[in-house]
Design a protein around this ligand. Sequence first.
Ligand code: TXA
Ligand code: MG
Length: 349
Amino acid sequence: MKTIIRKVDRGQIDKAVMAEAGEILIRGGLVAFPTETVYGLGANALDEEAAKKTYAAKGRPSDNPLIVHIAGISYLKAIAKEIPEAALKLAEKFWPGPLTMIFDKSEIVPYGTTGGLDTVAVRMPDDEIARELILAGGGYISAPSANTSGRPSTTTAQHVEEDLSGKIEMIVDGGPVEIGVESTIVDMTVVPPMILRPGAITKEMLEEEIGEVTVDKAIITPDSNIAPKAPGMKYRHYAPKADLTVVEGDVNDVIAYINDKIKEAAQKELKCGVIATKETEDRYRDADVKCAGTREDEMTIAAGLYRILREFDDDSVDVIYSEAFYSDGIGSAVMNRLLKAAGHHIVNV
Ligand code: TXA
Ligand code: MG
């Protein structure tokens, strides 16, 4: 299959391209498109066959459910059996935006889309290209991140091309995404609601609207005996090819430790990569140092993370050391993805 690539300007969305993409989706084909979080691999969410194609293109296990993307709150009623009051409040505040909510599914949502579950994950993305495309494609578009299963999610159309060219009908290129890590997932079928995946909408932001929100234990403690409630969180994805270690502690100790490790790697003739920040990048010696962003604005680190993990694959580094990121904001989502990429290998110095 030859993958069509179409550039779209967010300021002036080309209706003809949207119609072309919409037709492919309605026919049951696959179209990758930008959202504000990461690129999505779109398919008709109400078509079981389209879901099968999605799993095949990504090489993704079919027990890992897809998120259904909508472009207006009125679309929610047809796919969610029941919409709790708290969900309406959150939708009012955070949609369109990087928040996915889980509901009991209605009958029109096929089990192929929900990985066999009786619940459905729903999100209304903020990206205007995404919303136009959803409408053009019939209103219900399933979209996992548009990467090969196991690789870091894609934040540019070029990343999508690397992973999925020849396997999908079309890529809509809207340039680099804004946020860079996937949406926050909240299970609204339990009381109090539970965060299954951290993202740009934080626990504090949710609690401000609806009161107590819990966090799935499996995403806090890296104990492989606890199964995460979001099936996708059990896979070691977001992973670069090289072994990644996260180093936490006082910044000067972290830098000294990593510089020692760089020397050790050089003695073994291993190529070493470092994930640093604007504040520290000049303090590492003789390594492939990449700056994720600045600690003054952790949004920049989220935006750079997946690109950097992919670049390390291209550079064929053997080992990677990363500084740790903690904060109440998007830093917790960054750290969650980084620890998954590292297979939870973290050292305290
Ligand atoms: O930001 C995002 O959410 C992106 C963009 C494209 O919108 N999409 C995304 O999809 O990250 P994906 O498929 O890569 O991740 C979806 C996650 C998986 O961990 C999956 O297991 C979980 O959502 N999930 C989907 N439906 C679920 C359900 N009914 N119950 C529990 N977890 C669910
Ligand atoms: Mg994904």
